[in-house]
Design a protein around this ligand. Structure first.
Ligand SMILES: [Zn+2]
Length: 405
């Protein structure tokens, strides 16, 4: 696998500037297109799965993280507080405390549970500059996050549903999990002390993994400070593993924020929080996708999905019309005309684009195109309208197939 940093620069996806700072990459138009498409996929999948989306600010008062426990257990990874008059505000190290407060701001009946709250939001980590680079070690992270507030009885089903969302996303993205890890606490003061809570949460996750028939390994010392988690691991270009997706069970923060719902008995009960991320941060997900596919993204994710190659200037008008047809269907397309070199050179330059539509004199006269697929297949000339309809269908279905015969 290639290195995503090198490829990302070559493909014009993202870059960084010492004046912005290490670990603070910016996204170029093609990278932003990939990221947008990925984010839209995630939001759409979440809406279909009954999640509601919220927005919350990337800052909060220091006190908020004292209550959540981040200040005690996670401070080394946080940016130092900023003084603002008599207050101290902190760049948030996670979204959970904000979501707990949003939940707490309204009263909830058991009938509203499970309440699934999602946000693709920013958070910050004070990584040391020595280890920064590309999109995998960053100080500004945009996390595909969600918190499910539910009853104890609902935890297993919600966690299993989250694993299913992860499985489907990996199918659409062509990602393979290297392994599933059950991350348990280790020794030392990194974890909140509540042995019964840890046992109960870990037992629930084991139940979910067994129920889903997933093979996993238990590893101590990899849990979040507030609870155990299922980590879905992927391997990078050097074979190093990283966590992409997680499902976590948390009894701690609902306690700390005194969350409750009104049960069928009219009494107040404590909900459980299930934290889950389908693709993790968009930074790590895109870095992994760049390396995995060598820049040849699945068609639905590719920054340019179709490149139109008129053989000569005589076909320029038909080429422009085909691009307009693509845009009307929501497909991303562009013309690469003879001014960019010989047909062979233009085909080589577009080797990562899923579809290359060649239009010569014969095709122009018949309103057809000679389609070449990125995998080397060359199809007989087909009516241009049919080609766009079939590509539109595959892209709309977020298929990893380029063509179906
Ligand atoms: Zn969380």
């Amino acid at each position: 696998m290639p290195d995503h940093r090198k490829l990302g620069r070559e493909l014009g996806l993202f870059d960084s500037d010492p004046l912005i700072g290490a670990g603070l990459p910016y996204w170029l138009p093609d990278g932003a297109l990939v990221r947008h498409t990925l984010e839209e996929y995630i939001r759409d999948a979440e809406r279909r799965a009954g999640y509601q989306h919220v927005y919350s600010p990337v800052l909060g008062k220091r006190e908020l993280y004292e209550i959540s426990g981040h200040w005690d257990h996670y401070r080394d990874d946080m940016f130092p507080p900023m003084r603002l008059g008599a207050e101290q505000v902190v760049l948030r190290p996670s979204l959970c405390p904000h979501h707990a407060l949003i939940y707490r701001s309204r009263s909830h009946s058991y009938r509203e549970l499970p309440l699934r709250m999602a946000e693709l939001g920013g958070m910050y980590r004070s990584e040391l500059s020595g280890v920064l680079g590309g999109l995998t070690r960053v100080r500004a992270i945009h996390l595909n996050d969600a918190h499910i507030f539910c009853t104890l009885e609902q935890v297993a089903e919600e966690a299993a549903a989250a694993l299913e969302l992860i499985r489907r996303a990996y199918d659409a993205l062509g990602i393979r999990a290297a392994r599933y890890r059950l991350s348990l606490p280790g020794s030392g003061g990194k974890y909140v002390a509540a042995p019964r809570m840890w046992q109960r949460a870990a037992a629930l996750l084991v139940d979910v993994l067994d129920r889903c028939g997933v093979v996993y390994e238990s590893v101590e010392g990899e849990a979040a400070f507030y609870g155990p988690k299922i980590d879905v691991q992927v391997a990078d270009s050097a074979g190093r593993e990283a966590t992409l997706s997680t499902v976590q069970v948390d009894f701690h923060q609902p306690d700390r924020f005194d969350l409750h719902y009104i049960g069928g008995d009219g009494d107040r009960h404590r909900p459980v929080m299930v934290h889950r991320s389908i693709i993790g941060s968009v930074e790590r997900a895109v870095a992994h996708l760049v390396e995995l596919h060598g820049g040849a993204f699945p068609a639905w994710l590719a920054p340019t999905q179709l490149v139109v190659l008129p053989v000569s200037d005589a076909e320029a008008e038909q080429a422009r019309a085909l691009v307009r047809g693509c845009h009307e269907r929501g497909l991303r397309a562009e013309v690469a005309g003879p001014e960019r070199g010989s047909l062979g050179a233009r085909i080589r330059a577009a080797r990562l684009v899923p579809y290359q539509a060649v239009i010569g004199a014969k095709e122009a006269a018949a309103e057809e195109v000679a389609l070449r697929l990125r995998d080397g297949r060359r199809l007989d000339s087909l009516p241009a309208a049919d080609v766009l309809a079939r590509i539109g269908e595959l892209v709309g279905a977020r298929s990893t197939d380029l063509w179906q015969v």
